[in-house]
Write a protein that binds this ligand. Structure first.
Ligand code: AMP
Length: 217
C-alpha cells in the first residue's frame, strides 16, 4: 500500500499515521522527523536544513527528493509506505512521480486532512512531544499522566520550536502557496480523498479505513 498523508501542521497527520501503521503494517516516513533526526545528530544534511526549519520555510527540493528516494529503498518499504510531509511542492510531486515509478512504488492513495485555522492554533500551541520516543501529547486533550513527563519513557516533554502561533501562520502560508497545488495535482490524477479532520481521532481514522478498504479490494 503506497500512501501519502497530507494536511497543514496540526491536522493530525502524526496521530493518523500511527493508527494507519499499526493497522496496515507499513512504515511511517515523515520528512519532518527525518530532518529533525539529522539536526539532532548534527549531520551535514541537518546542518544545511536547520535554518530553513527554524524559520518555518521549506528545505530545498533536491535535498528532500534525494533523502526520500534513498529511504523508500530500505527493506521495510517492501509492502509499501506512508509518506507524511512529502511531497510538499509541485516540483517535489512531479519529481516524486518519476522516482516512485523508477523504484516501482507509485502512489495509490492520498489522504488530505482538512482542519480550520482556529482548531489548528489550539492543537499546535498545546502540543508537547517526547524527544526520546516521539510520543505526542496535548496539554488539554491528551495530557501525560505526570505533567511534563512522557508516559512511555519518562523523558521530559518539549514543545517543538516551530509550534508557535507565529510559525503556524508562516507554515499555513507556505502550505497554501506550495502544498495546496500538490493536492490539486493528485486530485487531477483521481487518487486524493479529502477528509474532515476536526473530529475525534477514531472518527477520522474510520473515514480513512473506508477509503483504504477500496484499495485492498
Ligand atoms: P513537519 O514536521 O512536517 O511540519 O516539518 C518540519 C519542517 O521540516 C518544515 O517546516 C520544513 O522546514 C521541513 N520539511 C519537512 N518536510 C519537507 C519537505 N517535503 N520539503 C521541504 N521542507 C520540508
Amino acid at each position: 500500500m503506497n500512501l501519502l498523508i497530507m494536511g497543514p501542521a496540526g491536522a493530525g497527520k502524526g496521530t493518523m499515521s500511527d493508527m494507519i501503521v499499526s493497522e496496515y503494517d507499513i512504515p511511517h516516513i515523515s520528512t519532518g522527523d527525518m530532518l529533525r533526526e539529522n539536526v539532532k545528530n548534527n549531520t551535514e544534511l541537518g546542518k544545511s536544513a536547520q535554518s530553513y526549519m527554524i524559520a518555518g520555510k521549506l528545505v530545498p527540493d533536491d535535498v528532500i527528493n534525494a533523502m526520500v528516494e534513498d529511504r523508500l529503498q530500505k527493506p521495510d518499504c517492501q509492502k509499501g509506505y506512508l509518506l507524511d510531509g512529502f511531497p510538499r511542492t509541485l516540483v517535489q510531486a512531479e519529481a516524486f512521480t518519476k522516482i516512485a515509478d523508477k523504484i516501482g512504488k507509485p502512489v495509490e492513495s492520498v489522504i488530505a486532512l482538512e482542519v480550520g485555522f482556529d482548531t489548528l492554533k489550539e492543537r499546535i500551541t498545546g502540543r508537547r512531544i517526547c524527544p526520546k520516543c516521539g510520543a505526542i501529547y496535548h496539554i488539554h486533550t491528551k495530557p501525560s499522566k505526570t505533567e511534563g513527563k512522557c508516559d512511555a519513557c519518562g523523558s521530559d516533554l518539549v514543545q517543538r520550536k516551530d509550534d508557535t502561533v507565529e510559525q503556524l501562520k508562516v507554515r499555513m502560508d507556505e502550505y497554501e502557496k506550495s502544498t495546496k497545488p500538490v493536492i490539486d495535482f493528485y486530485d487531477a490524477k483521481g487518487v486524493a480523498t479529502h477528509i474532515a479532520a476536526d473530529r475525534k481521532p477514531e472518527e477520522v481514522f474510520g473515514s480513512i479505513k473506508e477509503v483504504l478498504s477500496t484499495l485492498s479490494k
